[in-house]
Structures are given as C-alpha cells and as structure tokens.
Design a protein around this ligand. Structure first.
Ligand SMILES: N[C@@H](CCC(=O)N[C@@H](CS)C(=O)NCC(=O)O)C(=O)O
Length: 228
C-alpha cells in the first residue's frame, strides 16, 4: 500500500454492493470534508486483507500511511486533521447519536433486514454469515425473518423521536448535515443497499430527509447499486 494515497477499506457483497452502515458513515464524512479516496472492497471472510490494521472489521482508513480503524475514530481523526476551511463533523451530542445508533437503531434494523442481507451476501461469505449471525441471534435467519412484522413495529418506535425532530429542522445536525446525520443515514443506506423493503411512508419527514441525504455530494449514495 502506497503512503501517498487515501484508501478506504469497506465491505463488499454480491454485485459489488457496499452496504456497511459504518463504512457509509465514513464515506459521507470524507465527502463532507471534500476529500478524495479510493476504496478496497473486503469480503467478510477476507480477514487477511485487513490484518495489517490489526482488526477484523471495516471501515479502515489509510490516510497517507496513517492507519485508522473504527468509524468513530475515523470521524474524529478527520476533524482533528482536516479542520482548516473544512466544516467540522462533530458537535455537541454527536457521541450520543453514535451510541444510540449502535445500541438501539442497528439492533432494531438488523432484525428487519437479516434475510435480505443474507440474500445479498457474497457467495464466498454465505456460510460465514449464516454461522456467525445465527450464533449472535440464537436462532436461524429464517426464524428471525418470520417475526419481521413485529421487528418492523419495534423499528418504527425506535425511529419515532428522530421523525419528530425532523419536523422542526431539515437535518439531524440542524440547518446543515454533519456527522450525526451520516450516522443515522448509514443505517438507511444499509437498508436500501440490500433490501427492497419499504418502511417509510412518502409523507414521513424521515423519507424527505433520507431523500435530501441521498442527493448530497453529487448523489454519492445513489452512485452504488441500491433499491429505492
Ligand atoms: N465499531 C465499528 C463496527 C464496524 C463493523 O461492525 N463492521 C462490520 C461491517 S458493517 C464488519 O466489518 N464486520 C465483520 C464481520 O462481521 O466479520 C465501527 O464503528 O467501525
């Protein structure tokens, strides 16, 4: 790997889909800072490809030789190193949003999406995904999927206060988007990368916000394979 490059290592699924919500936090953060980069696609089972970073997870940012792992650490790194004439990603409360997404939003959403994720996993990763996720949930992917209606109701509840907030302001971060938006948007981009399932009504303020997010930075979120 050249020390002269900025490279994002990110998850890849079949048909070159890039669904990782954590990698989308980083993609949007890099776009926010106006930074160029190339990507290295990593399958779940390609742990050898990322062993250099001493982690088993993506995203990993290699910024001119500086290896940064974990989406939160990457966002902090970007604010610390690219602050001149670049808008800050973080504000008060951003850590709260990060924690909320990791512990409330993602656990609710993954149960709605699990079968669709499995259906889009790269063929080389199918066995790994089934085994690791069935261990995590303590039941089969199909058993989780069988309760999708209930999981959808749980997800709607979890999203309730974000919806209310977006009635009063265009972005989670206020008048302009910042990292809190990218955190939550990462979850929506995860969903639309691998699932045709529609869980937002057209009249929902969240749907309008999601649309605004999809059109940011030259419609970055639409530049990869996705459903509606
Ligand atoms: N806390 C990490 C979580 C990253 C994460 O969970 N990445 C997933 C992809 S969405 C991953 O690499 N999983 C590897 C695996 O399940 O083996 C972050 O914020 O970056």
């Amino acid at each position: 790997m050249a020390d002269q490059d900025r490279v994002l290592y990110e998850l890849v699924m079949r048909d070159d889909r890039r669904p990782s919500p954590f990698c989308w936090r980083t993609r949007m953060a890099l776009a926010h800072k106006g930074l160029e980069y190339t990507t290295v696609p990593v399958k779940f089972t390609e742990k050898d490809k990322i062993a250099f970073a001493n982690t088993k997870q993506v995203p990993i940012l290699v910024d001119f030789g500086e290896v940064v792992t974990d989406s939160w650490a990457i966002a902090k790194y970007l604010d610390e190193n690219y602050y001149q004439e670049r808008p800050l990603l973080m504000g008060g409360g951003t850590r709260f949003v990060n924690q909320w997404a990791d512990t409330q939003l993602h656990p609710a959403l993954v149960k709605v999406l699990l079968k669709d994720i499995y259906d889009h996993v790269h063929p080389d990763d199918r066995e790994y995904f089934r085994t690791s996720r069935e261990q995590r949930f303590g039941k089969t992917i199909e058993a989780v999927h069988a309760e999708r209606d209930k999981h959808e109701q749980d997800l709607k509840r979890v999203l309730g206060f974000v919806r209310e907030m977006l009635r009063a302001q265009p972005f989670v971060s206020g008048k302009a988007p910042a990292y809190a938006d990218y955190i939550i948007f990462g979850a929506f981009q995860w969903a639309r990368s691998i699932s045709p399932f529609v869980f937002l009504d057209a009249a929902d303020p969240l749907a309008a916000w999601r649309d605004r997010m999809c059109h940011l930075y030259g419609s970055l979120a639409n530049s990869v394979p996705h459903y509606a």
